[in-house]
Design a protein around this ligand. Structure first.
Ligand code: NAD
Length: 349
């Protein structure tokens, strides 16, 4: 396939790019290269004849139209977004701009691309979203593709808005749109402001490991490569007009997840002066609007497209911790760019 992937220098987008190239797909990676991007995430494919990169903002409608009309993708996969919930509380503006206006510009560009007869018959506009649009669950129940939208943070509200635009462009203009909503991802190449790399790096350095509230919030975790495989399967075989929920059936409280990471670190770094790493856990003031529980029912994508995750959370998390230990240079470089993990978390350095 010819895939136009937006946000392909980020965490999930780069996994999609790497796996698509490995599968023999041609990829045009369109990324504005915000603070969250990292060209190192795609350095291994940069010289591949199947790979092209365009540094552009998805809000730039003229540029998106030109790229589609020139590259002639079989599918547009929209992963470009502002993604960090804490940042959306500090400053929602960029989230409104990229997640809503950017998605609008891409939908309009795709409408023009299909309308002028340039798109292949099998063209799909694949919008990548999150389970956070569904809001928060109590102790029981799961989100399905028909769950009502009840976003609680500026991030999830902006993502929910973009999902609604995608729906409207499908209903009103007949654009062959597919939306996927996925649970929390973990794995290599995740920007070190997100929970899992924050925990690993803090533990390694003997700093406090921050956990919001009492660590009782529950998330469903999926390995990023399993998500990337699901996305590529949907881009190839998903039915236009459909929504697919993607999840790992691996619900954990934040506290249990952090303890799991600490146990792996204890095993890997048994002589560390900071072991047992669990002793570094520090509960910090909860963030406002913090959803209690997310759980995804992914029966539909399993049943209709035959997708199943390949990683268990135990093995996937062990591999992930080892990756951050073995690829110190990757995150040290981000730190040298001026990103301060400890300061970002409001912790003593
Ligand atoms: P990320 O923050 O790691 O990467 C986002 C990428 O988008 C970066 O490379 C950034 O430079 C690029 N970008 C941002 N604004 C842009 C713009 N205006 N124009 C072009 N490029 C721009 O994000 P991620 O964690 O890889 O998430 C990717 C997508 O998956 C997002 O839409 C997110 O909502 C969704 N998602 C993420 C998770 C998760 O756990 N990380 C779970 C479910 C869904």
């Amino acid at each position: 396939m010819r895939l136009m992937v937006t946000g392909g220098a980020g965490f999930i987008g780069s996994a999609v790019v790497r796996r698509a190239i490995a599968a023999g797909d041609e990829v045009l990676n369109v990324d504005k290269l915000t603070y969250a991007a990292n060209p190192d995430n795609v350095a291994m494919v940069a010289d591949n004849a199947l790979y092209r990169f365009a540094k552009n903002d998805i809000c730039d409608l003229a540029a998106m139209s030109a790229l589609m009309n020139e590259f002639k993708p079989d599918a547009v996969m929209n992963l470009a977004a502002e993604t960090h919930v804490d940042r959306s509380i500090d400053g929602p503006g960029a989230f409104i701009q990229t997640n809503i206006i950017g998605t609008y510009a891409l939908l309009e560009a795709a409408r023009g691309y299909v309308g002028n007869g340039g798109a292949p018959a099998q063209f799909r506009f694949h919008h990548i979203s999150t389970d956070e649009v569904y809001g928060s669950l109590g102790p029981t129940g799961e989100f399905t593709e028909t769950s009502p939208y009840q976003p609680n943070s500026p991030y999830s509200a902006a993502k929910a808005s973009s999902d609604m635009l995608a729906r409207a462009w499908r209903e009103t203009f007949g654009l062959p749109v597919i939306v996927t909503n996925c649970s929390n991802n973990y794995g290599p190449y995740q920007f070190p402001e997100k929970l899992i790399p924050v925990v690993i790096i803090a533990a390694l350095e003997g700093r406090d490991i921050p956990i919001y509230g009492k660590g009782a919030n529950i998330r469903d975790w999926l390995h990023v490569e399993d998500h990337a495989d699901a996305l590529l399967l949907v881009a190839r075989e998903g039915k236009p007009g459909e929504i697919y929920n993607v999840g790992g059936r691996a619900e954990r409280t934040n506290l249990d997840l952090v303890k799991m990471i600490c146990a792996v670190l204890d095993g890997e770094l048994s002589t560390s002066p900071h072991a047992p790493h669990e002793s570094l856990i520090k509960f910090v003031t909860d963030r406002p609007g913090h959803d209690q529980r997310y759980a995804i029912n992914c029966d539909k994508i399993e049943r209709e497209l035959g997708w199943t995750p390949a990683h268990t959370i135990e093995q996937g998390m062990r591999d992930t911790v080892k990756w951050y230990l073995g690829n110190r240079g990757w995150w040290e470089k981000i730190r040298k760019r001026g990103f301060d993990v400890a300061k970002r978390q409001g912790l003593k350095t």
